[in-house]
Design a protein around this ligand. Structure first.
Ligand code: IMP
Ligand code: MG
Length: 180
């Protein structure tokens, strides 16, 4: 494993270490286990940012019936100002009808992406639909989206690492860092 300080330089500082993230991921999985029927659970990771988080979270269930799937949608920013329909770049492999679905996202910022995703997935008639995000920036919220599980609430920082990117860079840092 890289050293914990590998992802910091004069432009970045560590916000959450890999160990802190792993501890929180275990707690989030325990919360989900309390609420949903794990034997009917589908974790839907949002590509690409949530892949690291979704795979770590999935491992906490250690259950043959828990499914993991992934989706990627285009985001046009403010939904109501956009005439374009959101485009699904990569769709789920399997149906989620009658499944207990938990969307697994890296970060909820303005909330527009999650609002669109909830519309798309709700239309597929899951038994239940919940939202789990590793990070939430409530200061930036423009639409009110329901969030069932939050890893960490953060101030209005630009963050990178553990899946989160800046124009595809810095995604593979072990820690979550913030730009300073
Ligand atoms: P929203 O639609 O504004 O909530 O945007 C959510 C998406 O914006 C996330 O899925 C991220 O891809 C991206 N995003 C928002 N804030 C950050 C950040 O601080 N670092 C990296 N990506 C971010
Ligand atoms: Mg994202």
């Amino acid at each position: 494993m890289p050293e914990p300080t590998d992802s910091i330089d004069d432009k970045r500082e560590i916000l959450f270490t890999y160990d802190q993230i792993q501890e929180r991921v275990t707690e989030l999985a325990d919360e989900i286990k309390e609420d949903v029927d794990v034997n009917n659970l589908v974790l839907v990771g949002v590509l690409n940012g949530a892949t690291f988080f979704a795979t770590d979270l999935a491992k906490r269930f250690n259950n043959p019936n828990v499914k993991v799937d992934f989706i990627s949608i285009s985001s046009y920013g403010k939904k109501k100002e956009s005439s374009k329909k959101p485009e699904i770049h990569c769709d789920l492999k399997n149906s989620i009808a009658e499944k207990d679905v938990v969307i697994v996202e890296d970060i909820i910022d303005t909330g527009y992406s999650m609002e669109i995703l909830l519309d798309i997935l709700q239309a597929r008639r899951p038994k239940s639909l919940k939202v789990c995000t590793l990070l939430s920036k409530p200061e930036r919220r423009e639409v009110d989206v329901p969030i069932d599980y939050i890893g960490f609430t953060i101030n209005n920082y630009w963050v990178e690492g553990y899946g989160l990117d800046s124009e595809e860079e810095s995604r593979c840092f072990t820690n979550i860092v913030r730009r300073i």
